[in-house]
Each structure stands twice: as structure tokens, then as C-alpha cells.
Design a protein. Structure first.
Length: 433
């Protein structure tokens, strides 16, 4: 059994803090574990045996899964037990954790602000000091985005490195289970525990790596062209990013500027593919096999039981896959995805991709009504998702008391190496100074 790398609060203390939470971080709590166990939080779209798994949706209110996610089984073997299930955007669709049936999670740094999404509750549980680490899911940035808004590390592994058995699917070709923590050695420890092949998930696999945890200087770093970046992110983020590039250049790291087109193109490609997969995955929620009993036609019941954003994505997915549109939209998106994936993996052969994680700090609750402005929060996070490569949010600085972070990403199966290089880059973070 691997020993937890850092000191941690007792399970009873963690549970007490969770009960006192006023930021709507948790949907449900678990009350059984030894006090010496390592407490953690788990996003409420990851199946547990003893507590409901709701996906923050009315349609699954009270649903208890007959099986447990593989990642939880692995963690329990190392004496880690979940304190509770965390709040999220309904069915993990969103970037603010405001679309939850149970109400929005609030940012621990400022409860008038969002905590990001869709894994907002998990990020907030770590930021608030309730647990040493938490699990979330990341499809287009749902771990990295709230990690940036809450000031914690957020790690998205390579697609397939961690079993998805027990994760309720949103867009299966991009869904991964990710990790939040305040330190990278805890991120690495949790990853070492949960990674690897699982016979219940045919897409999972083992990688023979013998890379120990430790700081590693990258040789080359790819960054967006600064003249383009200045038009995309807020000034305070741009200025910090510019300072970092100069600091890296002083360390004789080869800095390569790239066009922002890859990120601009990734957004529509991501959402087209995501819409299509969402419409397929959520077709199972028909009022017969899941959710409370009803006397209505499935279409009527789903309209009453699903939130606006979920219904929007299902309808868009049906449109994308409909006759006459599949060839013009979906298949072109799949083709572009292959090109984007190839480009990102070519860069990663000898370098890292470094970008801001989010264009701004956390915004106010209910302040963004336009779906497009919400989608653009994923500007930098969708490209690694489409390519299936690992990526990490590094907490970097605060603006008016609100955190923001920078993202590093690498190539397929270079997860351990990426964590080590993120550790080296973290030395320049104003968060740790």
C-alpha cells in the first residue's frame, strides 16, 4: 500500500468541515470511515454504492448505483474514503456549476462568484481545505477550469490511463476522471493509485513508466503569439504570462510562438462532437430505467426533468447527427479533430504547450446569460481534450483576491513527465512566492 505523501486532516475533522460548508459544495455526505483514513471528495457523476449519484439532475435525484467506480475501489485499498459527493453542472455540462438542480456551488474565495465548472464542487472542496484531494471529470476542461478559478492544481490524465468504469458518460471519447489538490506530489500519488488497466473498461490500459516524482526542466515550450493572446485574455493575465515567458527564456528554454487558430478552431470542433455524443449518451435517461417514476411520455418527462443547458446540447446533438447534416458538420469535425490531435502530439515530442487556463478570473453568480460567452471560457482547454493528451492547471496568481492559473499540456502517455515539468514551472508562480 502506498503511503499518503503529505500530512492530512482526520476523516472526522474533514466531515465536520463538510457539514459546516456554506458554499453548497456537497450534494450528499458519507459518514463511515476510520478517523485515520485519508478523506477526499468525489464529483457526483462518479458512482458510489452507499450514497446517491445524481449528476446534479432532477432526473437522477435519489438514484443509488448498484456498482462502484473502479477509481474508488482502488483508493479504498489505500485507506482513502470519500467524505461526500460534490456539486457540479447538471450532467457535467457547463463551466460555472450554476446549472445544478441543487443550486450553484459558490467560490470559497468570494461566495458572490462562481467556482467554475463543471467539477466546481470538487475544486471548491480542496480550495476550502475540507479535503486534501478530490476527484472530478474533465471533458473539455471541467477539471482545469474550476481549478483555475479556485486556485488549486487540476490534472487531466491522458484519455485511457484511468478507468472510466463508474463515471456517468457525457462525451465518451473525451471524458476522463481527473484530480484536484493543493500540491503536485499529492496529484502524482493519487494518479499512481487510480491509473492502469481495468477489465471493466476496454479503453483503459497500462503504461510501463518508471519516472519518479521530481522537478524537471523542459527543453522547449510552445506558447500562443502574444499579439493574439492580448485580444483573448484579461490584461492582468496577459502581463503575468508575458513575465513567465521572459523568465523561461532566461533559463535558456527554447520558446516557440504558435498561432491561436488551433484554439479558435478547437472550440467549434469540440462542441460539435460533444453535442453528438451527449445526445447519444443521454438517450438512456428515458424515465423507465432511471429516475423517479412518472406517468408521462418520455419526451414530456425529460423536458420537465432536465435543465435548459442539457436540453440545448441534446437538441444540438440530434441536429448535428440528423440526415443532411452529419456529413457536413459531424464528419468534418471528426476530420479536423484528427488534424488538431496530430499537431499537438507533434509539438509534445520535444516540448510543452503553455497557455492561460481561463481568459479571466471567476465571474459573478448569474452574471453570464449568453451560452456562447460561457463556451468561450473553454478557449484554451478544449484542444488537449480533443487530442486526448494530459494537461494541468497550475495556480498562478490572484487578481482582486480571485485566483487564476496557467495550463501546461504534453503528449499522449507523458503524464508523469508532465507532472514533473509542471513542478519545475511552478517555481515561477506568484502563488507560491
Amino acid at each position: 500500500m502506498l503511503g499518503y505523501p503529505n500530512d492530512f486532516i482526520s476523516f472526522s475533522k474533514s466531515l465536520s468541515l463538510a457539514r459546516q460548508d456554506k458554499n453548497n459544495i456537497f450534494i450528499s455526505l458519507v459518514c463511515e470511515a476510520k478517523d485515520s483514513s485519508v478523506p477526499f471528495a468525489v464529483k457526483d457523476n462518479i458512482c458510489t454504492l452507499t450514497t446517491p449519484t445524481t449528476c446534479a439532475s432532477r432526473i437522477l435525484d435519489g438514484y443509488i448505483s448498484p456498482y462502484e467506480a473502479t477509481v474508488l475501489t482502488k483508493l479504498k485499498k489505500h485507506d482513502c474514503f470519500e467524505v461526500g459527493k460534490t456539486n457540479l453542472d447538471e450532467f457535467a455540462m457547463g463551466t460555472s456549476s450554476e446549472t445544478s438542480f441543487y443550486g450553484p456551488s459558490l467560490n470559497p474565495w468570494d461566495p458572490t462568484k462562481v467556482c467554475g465548472g463543471s467539477s466546481g464542487g470538487s475544486a471548491a472542496s480542496v480550495a476550502a481545505g475540507i479535503v486534501p484531494f478530490a476527484l472530478g471529470s474533465d471533458t473539455g476542461g471541467s477539471v482545469r477550469h474550476p481549478a483555475s478559478f479556485c486556485g488549486v492544481f487540476g490534472f487531466r490524465p491522458t484519455w485511457g490511463r484511468v478507468s472510466r468504469y463508474g463515471l456517468i458518460s457525457m462525451a465518451s471519447s473525451m471524458d476522463v476522471i481527473g484530480i484536484f489538490s493543493k500540491t503536485l506530489n499529492e496529484v502524482r500519488w493519487v494518479f499512481d493509485v487510480i491509473k492502469g488497466f481495468d477489465r471493466n473498461d476496454s479503453t483503459s490500459y497500462d503504461v510501463k513508466e518508471n519516472i519518479t516524482f521530481g522537478s524537471k526542466k523542459p527543453k522547449k515550450v510552445f506558447v500562443p503569439k502574444l499579439k493574439d493572446l492580448a485580444k483573448i485574455v484579461e490584461l492582468y493575465i496577459f502581463e503575468d504570462f508575458e513575465i513567465l515567458i521572459k523568465d523561461l527564456a532566461k533559463e535558456n528554454i527554447d520558446i516557440q510562438e504558435i498561432e491561436c487558430d488551433i484554439f479558435e478552431n478547437s472550440l467549434p470542433v469540440y462542441y460539435l462532437i460533444c453535442y453528438a455524443e451527449v445526445s447519444s449518451n443521454l438517450s438512456r435517461f428515458d424515465g423507465i430505467r432511471f429516475g423517479p417514476k412518472n406517468n408521462h411520455h418520455a419526451d414530456v418527462w425529460r423536458k420537465d426533468s432536465l435543465g435548459e443547458e442539457v436540453r440545448r446540447r441534446i437538441l444540438m446533438g440530434c441536429h448535428v447527427l440528423s440526415e443532411g447534416h452529419k456529413e457536413g458538420l459531424y464528419e468534418k469535425a471528426v476530420h479536423l479533430r484528427k488534424h488538431l490531435s496530430s499537431t499537438l502530439n507533434d509539438w509534445s515530442k520535444d516540448g510543452l504547450l503553455l497557455t492561460p487556463t481561463t481568459p479571466s478570473v471567476a465571474f459573478g453568480i448569474n452574471s453570464k446569460k449568453d451560452p456562447i460567452s460561457m463556451y468561450r471560457q473553454d478557449f484554451f482547454t478544449t484542444a488537449p481534450s480533443l487530442a486526448g493528451v494530459p494537461a494541468i492547471n497550475i495556480p498562478w496568481n490572484k487578481y482582486k483576491g480571485l485566483p487564476y492559473g496557467f495550463q501546461v499540456s504534453s503528449g499522449v502517455d507523458m503524464d508523469e513527465n508532465l507532472i514533473n515539468e509542471a513542478l519545475w514551472i511552478n517555481n515561477f508562480s506568484k502563488w507560491t512566492r
